[in-house]
Design a protein around this ligand. Structure first.
Ligand SMILES: [Mg+2]
Length: 347
């Protein structure tokens, strides 16, 4: 067997199959999917590049696998959809597929541990790995994940559903992921701990093991609470800007209302990052849900076990004014620019 076929066989042997949705999975030319009657498919694709989205010195293989899956699932969550199937294409340098590959007593390879992280999260959300591709990479690791989900026809949550007057909400806390990235960069102790980390509880390592808000997204759709939604992948300011653009509205955010992650506070105190507020506004990869609800809608303080916080409001479009404003604690306002930062971007 070629190394590629061995990798596929090893992944296939461990990939869980869940009932419904996937009629034919790994092993045929195509997967055969069957969404529930009256449902539509939602599809998202996400590429992850070593050195761009993660560093092998900082992120354990399990973390890379988990994050790869989390990115895809987070988009499904933002649509209020149920994940059905995932397709994974991965290119790794030959050395990362050796030794062991999970057969016999050898140490697990990098790709074994990557698969552990990816499948652990897939199992948590009962999504079937239904296909993919592997190749040897001449350089670093590259993965491309496709996740399919289903939602009742016409009911998927969209970025375009907001109206002027809607209240803006966010789940969980913001800035933790970027704060942990700063910690990985600045703190040798943090790096040492991260290296062996195979999993983490929700919120403890927001950069290494973010939690996609699938259950919260489903509740927002089923109960008709959210009118527009997006996941916070690039950073609140950038993702809110997308929502404003698609809904053709402006927005105002209350700085004092932002649920700043405790790790972002810590990063500011320790000098790992200049401002916790900036991390919450612009630090991406939180994978929380940003959504709007009509002002008369009673939105619970907690949804599917995740805190929910009102952080601002949608305003009518006005070409003469900035698209987003930030209201400071003293009542003053300033324009809010979309500054979600891209990790490892130079200059
Ligand atoms: Mg998204």
């Amino acid at each position: 067997m070629t190394a590629e076929r061995e990798i596929i066989a090893a992944i296939r042997a461990r990939a869980p199959r869940f009932r419904g949705g996937v009629r034919i999975g790994i092993g045929d030319d195509c997967a055969v999917l069957q969404p529930k009657p009256g449902h539509e498919l939602v599809v998202t694709t996400d590429m992850v590049l070593e050195g761009r989205h993660f560093r092998r010195e900082w992120h354990s293989p399990e973390s890379v696998g988990h994050r790869c899956m989390a990115r895809g699932l987070s988009d499904i969550a933002a649509m209020g959809a149920t994940p059905l199937a995932v397709f994974l294409s991965i290119a790794v340098p030959a050395a990362l597929a050796e030794p062991g590959r999970g057969q016999g007593s050898g140490k697990p390879s990098w790709i074994d541990r990557f698969t552990d992280g990816l499948l652990a999260l897939a199992m948590e959300h009962k999504v079937t790995l239904a296909g993919g591709d592997t190749a040897e990479s001449p350089g670093g690791v590259l993965t491309d994940i496709v996740v399919l989900g289903e939602a009742p026809k016409g009911e998927a949550l969209l970025r375009s559903g907001a109206k002027a007057g809607d209240v803006i909400y966010v789940t969980g806390a913001l800035g933790g992921s970027a704060a942990e990235l700063a910690a990985l960069e600045r703190s040798p102790r943090w790096r040492a701990e991260a290296r062996g980390l195979a999993k983490a509880e929700d919120g403890m390592h927001p950069q290494l093991f973010p939690q996609p808000r699938i259950a919260a997204g489903l509740t927002l759709r089923r109960r008709g609470l959210a009118k527009a939604a997006i996941d916070v992948s690039d950073g609140l300011s950038t993702d809110l800007d997308h929502l404003c653009e698609e809904s053709k509205l402006r927005a105002e955010v209350d700085a004092a209302a932002l649920p700043v992650h405790p790790l972002a506070m810590q990063a500011e105190q320790r000098g790992w990052a200049p401002s916790a507020l900036k991390l919450a506004l612009n630090g991406g990869e939180d994978y929380e849900l940003l959504f709007t609800a009509r002002p008369e809608t009673r939105v619970p303080k907690q949804i599917a076990g995740v805190p929910v916080q009102a952080i601002g409001r949608m305003l009518p479009a006005n070409a003469l004014k900035p698209r987003m404003m930030l209201r400071n604690a003293d009542g003053s306002t300033e324009p809010l620019a979309a500054k979600g930062w891209e990790h490892f971007r130079k200059g």
